[in-house]
Write a protein that binds this ligand. Structure first.
Ligand code: NAD
Length: 267
């Protein structure tokens, strides 16, 4: 049982989408250490996911469930929320984190990739928020955290769908922040620069191939070129910020888009 962290989220239930890997898993771990019961979601090897689930429950003493809902399907997003309400009693915190990326010049950008990215990176957050909102409103407490990106604030070429979805989610965050205000529900976006995760590792490989460049050069000249602080953010830093946004100290923060991007969007 973790003892160094306050258990200020004890009794709360948090759903973290896309939490079998990367940022989502990092956030789920921190929220569990703060005492929240957790619903993990995402894809991957069933045995590996069960290991992650059981280890997190054992380390933190909270309930940890797994729901493999495919969030590109509206009914499955709604099902993720209603199953958590049924199995854990309520949903207090939703972290809309699941996301995918595809990089291509716009004239070659496959239409199906556009649809998939908008569906997962933007529409799933809308459907989850819509489904969780009535319960949060009833209990007069809720925290919705959208994992946007520095690409929700600024653009890069070849990322049309991703940048559009991330700009969209910052707009959604503002609306939900306003609508939740009188019910004790806050909604904020976290806007990471580059965080070291499988999604980014995949991008490094793809860009290295596309530009015929060594991976080290892709990291320094392409990815971290925009960071004033030349390092990757960590999933633990994302978790710590999410926990802060769930805390009473952040009760007045809503509708925001918080960059954690090494100074990228300060340019
Ligand atoms: P990741 O690839 O490590 O994890 C993505 C998660 O989403 C996985 O758990 C995966 O199984 C899940 N997922 C994929 N498709 C799904 C679907 N249809 N239904 C349900 N779950 C699905 O990625 P990451 O780097 O941890 O990124 C997480 C979020 O953070 C994304 O929204 C991403 O855009 C955002 N982000 C990442 C970075 C970065 O540098 N890594 C920077 C800015 C924003």
């Amino acid at each position: 049982m973790a003892s160094s962290t306050t258990r200020d989220l004890a009794g709360r239930v948090a759903i973290v989408t896309g939490s079998t890997s990367g940022i989502g898993l990092g956030i789920a771990k921190v929220l569990a250490n703060h005492g929240a019961n957790i619903v993990l979601n995402g894809f991957g090897d069933a045995g590996e996911i069960e290991k992650i689930r059981a280890a997190l429950a054992a380390e933190t003493g909270v309930k940890v469930l797994y729901d493999g809902a495919d969030l590109m399907k509206t009914d499955a997003v709604v099902g993720l929320i209603t199953s958590a309400e049924k199995n854990l009693g309520q949903v207090d915190i939703v972290v809309n984190n699941a996301g995918i990326q595809f990089v291509s010049p716009i004239e070659d950008f496959p239409a199906a990739k556009w649809d998939a990215i908008i569906s997962l990176n933007l529409s799933a957050a809308f459907h989850a928020t819509r489904a969780a909102f009535p319960g949060m409103k009833k209990r007069k407490w809720g925290r919705i955290i959208n994992i946007a990106s520095a690409h929700g604030i600024v653009a890069s070429p070849f990322k049309s769908a991703y940048v559009a979805a991330k700009h969209g989610i910052i707009g959604l965050t503002k609306v939900v922040g306003l609508e939740g205000a009188e019910f004790g529900i806050t909604c904020n976006s976290i806007c990471p620069g580059y965080v070291w995760t499988p999604l980014v590792e995949k991008q490094i490989d793809e860009q290295a191939k596309a530009h015929n460049m060594p991976k080290e050069k892709v990291i320094s000249d392409v990815l971290l070129a925009q960071h004033a602080i030349k390092s990757f953010a960590t999933v633990e830093q994302m978790g710590a910020l999410a926990a802060f946004l769930c805390s009473d100290s952040a009760a007045l923060m809503t509708g925001t888009a918080i960059p954690v991007d090494g100074g990228w969007t300060a340019h």
